[in-house]
Design a protein around this ligand. Structure first.
Ligand code: HEC
Ligand code: HEC
Ligand code: HEC
Length: 231
């Protein structure tokens, strides 16, 4: 998993071109069908895109409910605060049995854009002490755009959470005035403003309200800013 990239070439700019070719070939193969069984395994994302997917796979494969690390290698007090971890839990244990593709529906345009951004160095990349590189962060709004849907539909859709915003407000009614799902101050925050998949989630209301609920393992707005700035 860790250092080998399959090409045997040293790390450096030239290494990206074989990857590009491989990925384009894979995208073509996917388009041609017959590829899905492997493509649906989390190891696929990691094997094909090598370095940039290592930290995501490592974070994804952690146990729920324990101390762990995020995609940048930061300590996360409770891995339950990372959506990718909790969604990977088997259905019979209350999870969603999710793999990478349950959340990331790879459209052709998304994959080609990612490959070209990656190959041309046009994508923000951050250093991770253990794995080398982590991609610039996308939010649920951007991820939804790839699928021509609005940001909410990334989570609220018939295959995943077949509920409305109103249902969410009810689900967290115990927080009263600090209910994170209420439309507030003339705006509706995106799910991803608070729920993070590959790093600890953050309650965005805590930017201004010290008494906003911070569930176990979650971060306050300031802590999350600090973590992101360190990346
Ligand atoms: C529960 C849904 C979910 C699962 C499962 C999931 N992701 Fe994500 N992923 C997201 C969301 C939401 C984001 C937006 C950034 C964030 O929240 O951390 C994201 C962002 C990304 C990004 C964009 C770069 C970034 O850091 O924002 C990459 C690359 C990625 N995920 C790869 C993977 C891989 C590889 C796997 C499987 C090992 C995976 N994801 C599993 C939801 C998921
Ligand atoms: C302002 C921050 C914030 C935003 C925005 C937000 N959430 Fe939440 N969400 C939370 C917090 C905090 C919890 C409580 C987690 C806990 O108690 O462990 C929660 C809990 C949940 C739960 C579990 C509810 C339950 O039954 O206990 C779901 C599902 C959920 N959110 C989905 C979403 C979706 C989908 C969106 C976007 C449409 C969204 N959230 C937007 C902060 C937020
Ligand atoms: C950018 C800063 C900011 C953010 C982010 C923010 N608030 Fe507020 N909020 C305020 C301010 C300032 C007030 C006081 C307004 C006043 O007194 O007129 C307030 C007042 C409120 C009130 C009225 C009761 C009270 O405590 O004064 C509620 C309820 C509330 N906010 C909930 C939320 C929730 C829930 C979120 C997250 C979804 C949130 N706020 C996010 C700044 C913010």
């Amino acid at each position: 998993m860790s250092e080998q990239n399959g090409t045997g070439k040293p790390r450096g700019k030239s290494r990206k071109w074989p990857i590009t070719v491989a990925v384009v070939a894979v995208v073509a193969a996917v388009a041609g069908g017959g590829f899905w069984v492997w493509h649906e395994q989390p190891s696929f994302c990691n094997a094909i895109c090598h370095t940039p997917m290592d930290p995501y796979l490592a974070a994804f494969e952690q146990e729920p409910g324990v101390q762990g690390v995020d995609k940048w290698g930061n300590t996360v007090e409770n891995t339950d605060s990372m959506l990718a971890v909790v969604h990977a839990v088997p259905k019979e244990e209350g999870g969603a049995d999710a793999n990478c593709l349950s959340c990331h529906k790879p459209t052709m345009s998304q994959q080609l854009t990612e490959v070209s951004e990656w190959a041309t160095g046009n994508m923000p990349l951050y250093a991770n002490e253990t794995y080398g590189l982590v991609l610039g962060e996308r939010d649920t709004e951007q991820l939804g755009e790839w699928l021509s849907q609005d940001g909410d539909a990334f989570c609220l859709n018939s295959a995943c959470h077949n509920i409305t915003r109103q249902d969410l407000v009810k689900a967290t009614a115990q927080y009263g005035e600090r209910n994170p799902h209420m439309a507030m101050h003339g705006q509706q925050l995106d799910c991803g403003d608070c729920h993070k998949a590959h790093r600890a989630s953050v309650n965005a209301c805590s930017r201004c309200h010290d008494d906003a609920p911070i569930p176990d393992g979650w971060l306050t707005y300031d802590q999350a800013q600090e973590v992101a700035n360190r990346a």
